[in-house]
Ligand binder design. Structure first.
Ligand SMILES: NC(=O)c1ccc[n+]([C@@H]2O[C@H](COP(=O)([O-])OP(=O)(O)OC[C@H]3O[C@@H](n4cnc5c(N)ncnc54)[C@H](O)[C@@H]3O)[C@@H](O)[C@H]2O)c1
Length: 406
């Protein structure tokens, strides 16, 4: 932080989907929340000069660069915000931490457990020097999800028996949808599993306070080859891809899962089921979590993100039923700073909440959560699902190292 002005000067890498969402959050956070530090949108980084210049202008960044190493080397940057695909997270985050920059890194933390482990090790070492890090699991910061956690922590649903989580999308239903980076293992690590399965793993662990201990999973790739995207000469078109002379467009192999399903045992005794798919026809961003306990249940559906369903089994039988809580009251998490009750918030607000918590922790000299250690454990759960799917057996999540003291 620049001590003179209590400023946090942010440098962001990547300016597309998440870059736009994070920019919105950095732009908004001090206007909505009263925080001890002010965010300055100092520089954005992308590889294409004209495009990054345009992005800087549109998204509100003071300057731009085409080299993330140059960004990290700058004296006027305090925070590096990583919004690139998973194949570059480890390299950028480890270099930024070594340069003394706080790091916010999009999920999943990395593409492999080994990379995530290196990042968590680097974060632990940096923490000793007051350098902080956090992984961007934004769905924790949807007020209804945070409220779910509070109800569970307050004992309102009693002992948790069932955790049921799905994350349903359908954006690659069309077999002619191109082979974008999310469908390539070397760029994305895995498919629906790491992309959206990671979110429901983090969100359910956050809500329940229990961690996934053992898993039994399966994965499926329904469409095995797809057309190469326009201008994708750098792509590794695998054997069998068409040539320039072919009438058929060149195709490449899909190297990730389209869908992943798994059962799990949580370390607090709950049993759980998870489903992450990009082939749930008609479902666009259907992140749903239901938790059943000995005294009640809570249920959330992102497509109705301002609502939470709560069933209280301690009420008289004649009055029982699921209550639809409209999560827009000032008493609800994050909401006192927004609009009058009933006016609702959207997807982008979760990123403003994430920025608020990150800035507040940095200003207080605290470690923001979820930490890289927390995100490493998610990565270990993802790896266990893949291993289980390959073996056809239950697999224990190897989280021994994540609980090592800092
Ligand atoms: N939290 C969420 O809800 C959420 C949603 C979508 C994506 N994500 C995560 O965010 C990350 C980025 O995903 P996205 O959807 O924004 O991808 P995207 O394809 O929309 O954008 C990626 C950006 O990174 C840039 N980039 C790639 N390699 C780079 C490099 N070496 N140097 C500089 N810039 C580089 C690209 O030019 C582009 O601007 C991924 O880890 C993804 O899993 C999170």
């Amino acid at each position: 932080m620049s001590a003179e002005h209590n400023e946090l000067r942010v440098g962001m890498v990547g300016y597309a989907f998440m870059g736009a969402a994070h920019s919105q959050a950095w732009r908004t956070v001090n206007r909505v929340y009263d925080l001890p530090a002010r965010v300055r949108m100092t520089a954005v980084c992308g590889r294409d000069e004209s495009k990054v210049a345009e992005a800087a202008d549109q998204l509100g960044w003071e300057s731009y660069t085409t080299d993330w190493r140059a960004l990290i080397a700058r004296d006027d940057i305090d925070v590096v915000d990583i919004c690139t695909p998973g194949d570059s997270h480890a390299e950028i985050a480890i270099a930024a931490l070594a340069a003394g920059k706080h790091v916010l890194c999009e999920k999943p933390l990395a593409n492999t457990v080994a990379e995530a482990q290196q990042m968590a090790d680097a974060a632990r070492a940096a923490r000793a020097g007051g350098v902080r890090s956090m992984c961007g699991f934004n769905y924790r910061r949807v007020p209804a999800v945070t409220l779910m956690r509070q109800l569970v922590a307050d004992g309102r649903i009693g002992t948790i028996r069932h955790v049921r989580a799905v994350y349903l999308q359908d954006w690659i239903l069309d077999p002619d949808f191109p082979l974008v980076w999310r469908l390539q293992k070397d760029k994305a690590g895995s498919g629906a599993l790491g992309d959206i399965g990671a979110h429901i793993i983090d969100a359910t662990q956050f809500v329940t306070g229990q961690r996934i201990a053992r898993v039994s999973g399966l994965t499926e790739t329904f469409v095995k080859r797809r057309p190469l995207p326009a201008g994708s000469s750098g792509l590794t078109a695998s054997a069998g891809g068409g040539s320039a002379d072919d009438a058929e467009p060149a195709t490449g192999e899909v190297t990730v899962d389209d869908a992943a399903l798994f059962m799990a045992r949580l370390d607090g005794g709950a049993v759980a089921s998870y489903e992450a798919t990009r082939f749930a026809t008609g479902r666009k961003n259907g992140l749903r979590i239901e938790i059943n306990g000995s005294l009640g249940s809570v249920a959330f559906d992102f497509e109705r993100m301002n609502e939470l369903e709560f069933f209280d089994a301690t009420r008289p039988a004649a009055e029982q039923g699921f209550t639809r809580i409209i999560v827009t009251e000032p008493e609800h998490p994050y909401l006192s700073a927004w609009w009058p009750p009933g006016h609702g918030i959207g997807y982008e607000h979760s990123f403003t909440h994430q920025a608020r918590d990150f800035v507040a922790a940095l200003a207080a000299g605290d470690d923001p959560t979820p930490s890289f250690d927390d995100a490493l454990q998610v990565q270990q759960a993802l790896a266990a699902v893949e291993e289980s799917a390959g073996l056809g057996e239950w697999v224990t999540v190897d989280s021994a190292k994540t609980t090592a003291p800092a």
